[in-house]
Design a binder for this molecule. Structure first.
Ligand SMILES: *Cc1c(COP(=O)(O)O)cnc(C)c1O
Length: 387
């Protein structure tokens, strides 16, 4: 399936597209039917079976983008995460997970796994040895997420894949933050790649969706559960997502460029205590990031100096919106202490390296000079308020 002859923007624009043979229209026709006549072959088309024309076409595009054999499209990123994990885990099994995961994923594990009799361990840090140390006789899955949220830490994808193969485990990665434009984990030996397509694939903050990419065999295992769990995406949204992905390469490359400029600007700023961006030479895992990423992404975080209030800072921003979501064409910012990590105690946050002045920044496609100007005026107002 790996298509080495075509570049990312060509794949985004064309891979998997449906042909309009009737009217020769430029875009994939949309087939909204939930009922299809039985065919001679043994295929019953039905949206919850993930096999309508639009679902199959978009799965082909996403599989091509991630250099995988096959894919499934889900109704949300969490439907993709939960179905993938549960497909390879049963009562009595154990899973090793990275300690810094998307909040929804750690909630799924911590709140739901016990009653299914599935044991789990979170690693103490991101070193490959720390993953290996948690493996038990009944471990079946190893699960990572890189770059991570909100501190943009980097996990060694190739090393984790090797550990998984050596121990006969299924390796899974949440590749949402990087997007398929910047990182293709299957090239580094990962078995199952998961995306919240709500983020860079959708890219316009108007679609909730998820995707899983893997070998035909692994996708079939996931499908057997997925059709029973019922987490498929409506064909209309599948069609919209296909349209969004056409510009993903352009968007993400613009976001990479903006984020790098922004990180360099923030790094020199007197009001900023720290910047976390894997594209900076000062990032502790910059070399590792360079070895497995083609671009460093549109996500970064930074710490305001002590005494500068995150909540007031957000309020002073005019162009950049304070918002929970990320990866849209518009820049958004949030304080993890006030939102995603608000339920943790200050000690738990400190343990994860999350200070009160930390801001998670999703860089959009605006002109970076305009974003910098907005930050400047917000910092000036903030300091005036403080005095
Ligand atoms: C948003 C997100 C998810 C969950 O996706 P939904 O589409 O909101 O269900 C999973 N992982 C990461 C890294 C995310 O950012």
């Amino acid at each position: 399936m790996k298509n080495k002859s075509q570049g990312i923007n060509t794949l985004c624009a064309h891979a998997g597209e449906l042909k309009d043979t009737q009217f020769k229209g430029a875009v994939s026709p949309l087939y909204m039917s939930t009922s299809y006549a039985f065919e001679d072959v043994d295929v019953k088309r039905y949206p919850r079976y993930f096999n309508t024309p639009n679902q199959v076409a978009l799965a082909k595009k996403i599989a091509a983008l991630e250099h995988g054999e096959a894919a499934l499209i889900f109704g949300s990123g969490m439907a993709a995460v939960s179905t993938s994990l549960m497909a390879f885990l049963k009562s009595g099994d154990h899973v090793v997970l990275q300690n810094t995961l998307y909040g929804g994923t750690s909630n799924l594990v911590v709140e739901e796994f016990e009653r299914y009799g599935i044991a789990f361990s979170f690693t103490k840090d991101l070193k490959p040895e720390s993953f290996e140390a948690e493996i038990k006789n009944n471990t079946k899955v190893i699960y990572i997420e890189t770059p991570s949220n909100p501190l943009l830490t980097i996990t060694d994808i190739a090393a984790i894949s090797r550990i998984a193969k050596k121990n006969g485990l299924v390796s899974m990665i949440d590749n949402t933050f990087a997007s398929p434009v910047n990182q293709n984990p299957i090239d580094f030996g990962i078995d199952v790649v998961i995306h919240s397509a709500t983020k860079y694939m959708g890219g316009h903050s108007d679609i909730l969706a998820g995707a899983v990419i893997a070998s035909e065999a692994h996708i079939d295992t996931i499908f057997q559960l997925a059709k029973n769990f019922g987490g498929s995406l409506s064909d209309y949204t599948v069609w919209l997502l296909e349209r969004s992905i056409k510009t993903m390469g352009l968007r993400v490359k613009a976001q990479n460029k903006n984020a790098k400029k922004m990180a360099k600007y923030l790094e020199k700023h007197e009001d900023v205590a720290a910047v976390y961006y894997p594209g900076l030479k000062t990032h502790p895992d910059h070399e590792l990031a360079k070895s497995q990423m083609k671009g460093f992404g549109g996500m970064l975080s930074f710490e305001l100096n002590e005494g500068l209030n995150a909540s007031l800072f957000q309020k002073e921003l005019k162009l950049i919106k304070a918002s929970m979501s990320l990866a849209g064409v518009e820049s958004t910012i949030l304080s993890p202490t006030l939102t995603s990590h608000a339920l943790l105690t200050p000690e738990e946050r400190a343990k994860q390296g999350i200070k009160d002045g930390l801001m998670r920044f999703s860089i959009g496609i605006e002109e970076v000079e305009d974003l910098i100007e907005d930050l400047e005026q917000a910092l000036v107002s903030l300091k005036q308020l403080a005095n």
